[in-house]
Design a protein around this ligand. Structure first.
Ligand code: XIL
Length: 391
């Protein structure tokens, strides 16, 4: 006879499978094709396959990744190698990213294109890339980061201009400008005859065009706006929220917001910057706009004593980092609109952090030997809150 415990377990497993079919949660990481197939790193593919049901290309789907050779030249070979592996392993993908101020190839940055030509290039790029994936890999791409970091880049530019003016320096002199505007901001500045357009909005015009183009290219794929400094509640994150809210309010087709979550702990007490309450408040205000939320690029960097970024300086930092992984996972798990969480690399061995932030690292849930860190366990435990039954 079946014991009551077994009956409950079977019922719960059935319930969990139905629940997960209807409302899958995606946990993922960047996937780099050469490591996935490398005989010297068998653990890379083992961990990828065992842990994750969604992948993202760290660089290969960016503008220069697929459209680096010239205005009419697209090369999907490196990006498709990742898409094929994801497909073969039963994973979904996030498409990252169509419009960004980085990964701009020289043919574009040095092309001296007019405002109208730039708009044509943007429309052609978005349409070609989205349709390539919807036709060649139907259903693979769950969501596109249509626009990446627009708000924060414009904010940085405007702050810098204000500082230059306050210091009595020329804000138009390229020698003074450290953070020039994205190339895309020129869209909408002039009409085809070269006359200035009085309503030019250097931040929103290209963003609106990008989302409308993406929707026309594929009515089914989810369209996301992705940005950083968007964790708890701060001046920057509130500006980001108001920016997205404004676009949604005017009917721009945005389905979701991506929050990068490149987190930083300089000292153990910095854990307070990422409390569950502040993270939750930010997620909830986006959810209230009717948007899906993906945490798109999670890593938690801490000071390391080695330049390779493998050795955390103190156990206290590792403990604080573990708490942050727990907070992030639990907050996402408690928010029904939060439907995916992706790490920006999963092993210390292949993380962008040490190369980008000197003497920081140990930022991922697996160490350089593919051993789960305490942060991994905290992440998994936090996500269990999402599973409504039996775990
Ligand atoms: C980073 C990659 O990890 C690096 O390899 C590359 O050199 C620069 O870009 N926000 C983003 C990502 O949206 O695309 C960035 O990826 C990290 C910050």
């Amino acid at each position: 006879m079946l014991s009551m415990k077994r009956i409950i377990v079977v019922f719960c497993l059935l319930f969990a499978s139905v629940y997960s079919d209807q409302d899958p949660f995606y946990l993922g990481s960047t996937l780099y094709a050469p490591y996935m197939t490398s005989p010297t790193e068998p653990l890379y593919s083992l961990v990828m396959q065992r842990e994750f049901n969604i992948a993202v290309a760290e660089n290969e789907m960016k503008f220069s990744g697929v459209h680096g050779g010239g205005q009419t030249i697209y090369d999907f070979s490196r990006a498709d190698a990742i898409a094929t592996l994801a497909m073969q392993n039963g994973m979904k993908m996030r498409g990252h990213t169509l419009v960004w101020h980085h990964a701009i190839p020289s043919w574009l940055s040095q092309g001296n294109y007019t405002s109208v030509q730039l708009a044509q290039i943007l429309v052609d790029h978005i349409t070609t890339v989205i349709q390539h994936y919807s036709q060649k890999y139907p259903g693979l791409i769950l969501a596109w980061d249509v626009v990446n970091e627009a708000y924060n880049v414009e904010r940085g530019y405007l702050n810098e201009q204000a500082a230059l003016i306050a210091a009595g320096k020329d804000p138009t002199d390229p020698a003074n400008i450290k953070s020039p505007r994205t190339i895309w901001s020129k869209i909408g500045q002039f009409d085809a005859a070269g006359n200035p357009i009085s309503t030019w909005d250097p931040l929103r015009d290209y963003v609106r065009l990008a989302f409308r183009t993406a929707r026309a290219a594929d009515p089914n794929v989810k369209l996301f706006y992705n940005d950083y400094s968007n964790e708890g509640i701060s001046t920057g994150s509130t500006g980001n929220y108001n920016f997205v809210k404004g676009l949604v309010g005017e009917g721009v087709p945005i389905d979701g917001v991506g929050m990068q979550y490149h987190l930083l702990l300089n000292k153990p007490t910095d854990v307070n910057n990422y409390s569950q309450s502040t993270l939750l408040s930010n997620l909830q205000r986006y959810a209230a706009l009717g948007l899906d939320i993906h945490i798109t690029e999670l890593d938690v960097r801490i000071p390391t004593s080695d330049a390779t970024g493998f050795i955390p300086t103190t156990p206290d930092l590792l403990a604080a980092q573990t708490q942050v992984f727990a907070n992030v996972a639990a907050t996402c798990a408690q928010t029904p609109a939060c439907k995916a969480l992706l790490c920006w690399g999963f092993t210390y061995a292949h993380s962008w952090i040490p190369a980008s932030f000197a003497f920081f690292g140990a930022a991922t849930p697996f160490d350089q030997n593919y051993v789960p860190t305490p942060g991994y366990l905290a992440l998994q435990k936090g996500l269990l809150l999402r599973k409504k039954c039996c775990f």
